[in-house]
Design a protein around this ligand. Structure first.
Ligand SMILES: [Zn+2]
Length: 157
């Protein structure tokens, strides 16, 4: 038997430490929470994806009374991004959320498992790591790649 270990190195920082391009992406994710449709969970999530064509694509969670019919902010953003700009590669992704009190969460919110799998598809297509900024009001996590959030990912590539 061989014991193995998986660990993830990531950075923890605050908003003022972000470079201008990441600040713009974080701002877009935070702003996208305002267009969330979350009457059931009241947990409003925003995402933003930077593409290599210079476009920033926002997304927000869109719920449905039949719960599984809705989708998360990350998937609404990545599906729209690839539907609208199929040739563009993903460069970076930001996610932010407001809790049921309407305020931004103090700590970062991580994508759910389904979104990690969906985002991984576009990281593979990009051919390079796509960093994730998980934006909390007090703390931001900068993860090196989508794959780092999904050990043992299912992938054909
Ligand atoms: Zn999700």
């Amino acid at each position: 038997m061989t014991k193995r270990d998986i660990s993830i190195a990531f950075e923890e920082l605050v908003y003022d430490e972000l470079p201008a391009d990441e600040r713009a992406l974080a701002d877009m994710a935070m702003e996208a929470t305002e267009r969330s449709y979350a009457p059931y969970s009241r947990f409003r999530v925003g995402a933003a994806i930077a593409l290599d064509n210079g476009v920033l694509v926002p997304g927000s969670n869109q719920e449905n009374v039949a719960y599984p019919s809705g989708t998360c902010a990350e998937r609404s953003a990545c599906f729209y991004a690839h539907a609208r700009y199929p040739e563009a590669k993903f460069v970076k992704i930001a996610v932010a959320a407001r809790g049921t009190d309407g305020e931004f969460t103090t700590e970062p919110t991580a994508p759910c498992g389904a979104c990690r799998q969906a985002l991984l598809e576009y990281e593979v297509l990009a051919g390079h790591d796509v960093p994730l900024l998980l934006v909390g009001r007090d703390t931001i996590y900068r993860l090196p790649s989508v794959r780092s959030t999904l050990p043992f990912a299912f992938s054909e590539f």
